[in-house]
Design a protein around this ligand. Sequence first.
Ligand code: IMP
Ligand code: MG
Length: 250
Amino acid sequence: MRIADVEEDIDHELVSKEQIDAKIHEMAALASEDYRDKNPLLVAVLKGAVNTLVAFTQAMSIPVQIDFMSLSSYGSGTVSSGEVTVRQDLSADVRGRHILIVEDIVDSGRTLAWLVAELKRRGAASVEVFALLSKPSRREVDVDVKYAGYEIPDEFVVGFGLDFDERYRNLDSIAVPQAVRLPRSASMSFRKGRVTAITRTRTTTVTTATRSPTRSTVAITGTMAKATKRTARYGSPPGCGVPCSWSWLC
Ligand code: IMP
Ligand code: MG
């Protein structure tokens, strides 16, 4: 799927198909040199990193093995606690293996930091990371990314595996959605007036927004059925108390 196919939903393209392809080929060439004769195991976290893993392994010039893991992190609202649980584990034994984690995007860095530590704990000979995208301004935990792709601003992006509410994963480039289609109940993170993350919550009845005392996070819950297309974009959500933008389609 291309941006033209979902034009109305997209604000602008951030990283083109050609840029993704060029960066993946550049990094895959480096990794192919580094891992020659090491029989590397490339690990991707489902589902977001699947597109990147496929493109990356195809661009490599050495034989590699691949494996997948499904993880979920718990926290209150949009604030990840860094606690990660394994929903679906690797099928391979990583003991003594040279592991290259292939990631779609590094945001807070919490999931990745956990995964690197976990694979080392399991006895991997080495653990390195390729990440196609990174939002450096969002970083909460330091992670060493040996093969780093594009740094992007603090904006919520979709495409090339990245989703919003399971949509747009099959977009062939990386884009900023024009407005976000909120699930019935969700929390949104804001930074410098832009939506940066959206997370479903279990609460369905509250219709107020509260500002976290520690970070620019506004949790909004409740049914947003009355909002119309792009109303209140760049306004302040009720209870926000700080200048921030919000937008959605219903
Ligand atoms: P972290 O633990 O905060 O670094 O979480 C990173 C994960 O959050 C990524 O692997 C993505 O699955 C997801 N994520 C982070 N930023 C975005 C975004 O802008 N769009 C879609 N998913 C995102
Ligand atoms: Mg991911």
